[in-house]
Design a protein around this ligand. Structure first.
Ligand SMILES: [Zn+2]
Length: 299
């Protein structure tokens, strides 16, 4: 009697097969690719540091869906054939494991993925602040307090209603060239007291150096504010805003449409500034993120 051994796989072959499957799974997980009922999801970074932007790409079916992470919801947006969701990892989040859940437009929860958020190696910056400067940041004078309240309202209004469509079609650019004096996320100490985190990048440049719009958008604020001096905020759509502080001159007005690279103002040292520089920041959903992530944002 002849036994057909060809139909049975020897153990070593099964083991090789198993190794292959594990390797494939590791590659897929490593690149942040998963499958939601037939549609692939790609995540730009599964181990981001705090203060960074994560981009999630999915099939167009998910365009009206959302992502939930850390009890916050971020929408998927239609972008050509695909759906894209941006997830801002605030520098106030605690490092650790977070579950990322994909929800489709019918509210069905489909996929869960673990995002391991890392701590960031932010600089520490110490400033010696005299009384006059302190009055700009934390005024005691009632008139100045009233002005600060109005300034905050203006800034909040400038970031309140972003255009639904994105107004740009290429990655963001640096607004000028210069030496970085205080980087994004730096822990700020004013007279040795923990003040805040630095929500943008300070770029030193001589007074009068032209400042370019990081990307195409619409000006939602162009005003002289107490703490930040002459300030511009641009709405780029999708709840992304760029801001330019301490300018010596404003070259745009609220409502102006600006092109990427267009001169919008000149470097100065207005407001609370120890020397001429541009404070440049980018926010998504009112969360400030490392502007470099927008410079590298290819959508
Ligand atoms: Zn700054």
């Amino acid at each position: 009697m002849k036994i057909n051994k060809g139909r049975r796989w020897p153990v070593w072959k099964l083991m090789i097969e198993a190794v292959w499957i594990i390797l494939l799974a590791a590659i897929l997980l490593g690149s942040g690719a998963l499958t939601v009922e037939g549609s692939d999801i790609a995540i730009s970074n599964l181990e981001p540091e705090i203060g960074r932007l994560i981009v999630v790409w999915a099939h167009g079916d998910l365009a009206e869906g959302e992502i939930i992470i850390n009890e916050e919801s971020f929408p998927f947006r239609a972008d050509g054939e695909r759906a894209v969701a941006l997830i801002p990892i605030s520098y106030w989040w605690n490092p650790g494991s977070y579950t990322l859940t994909v929800v489709d437009r019918q509210g069905r929860t489909w996929t869960k993925e673990e995002i391991r958020i890392q701590k960031a190696d932010f600089d520490e910056s110490y400033l010696t602040v005299d009384e006059e400067q302190e009055e700009l940041v934390r005024p005691t004078d009632p008139e100045r307090q009233e002005r600060q309240r109005k300034d905050r309202e203006l800034v909040a209004r400038a970031r309140a209603e972003s255009r639904r469509e994105r107004l740009w079609d290429s990655a963001f650019i640096w607004p000028l060239e210069g030496r970085i004096t205080t980087d994004f996320g730096a822990t700020r100490y004013h007279n040795n007291e923990l003040a805040n985190r630095h929500n943008g990048i300070d770029i030193a440049a001589p007074v009068g150096t032209p400042v370019a719009a990081s990307n195409t958008g619409e000006v939602t604020l162009a005003a002289d504010l107490l703490a930040t001096g002459k300030t511009i905020i641009i709405d780029h759509g999708w709840n992304i805003y760029s801001s330019y502080l301490h300018l010596s001159e404003l070259k745009v007005e609220v409502g102006d449409k600006v092109e990427q690279g267009q001169e919008i103002g000149l470097v100065g040292a207005t407001g609370f500034a120890t020397g001429p520089h541009l404070h440049w920041s980018l926010s998504y959903n009112r969360i400030f993120l490392d502007p470099r992530d927008f410079v590298e944002l290819e959508l």
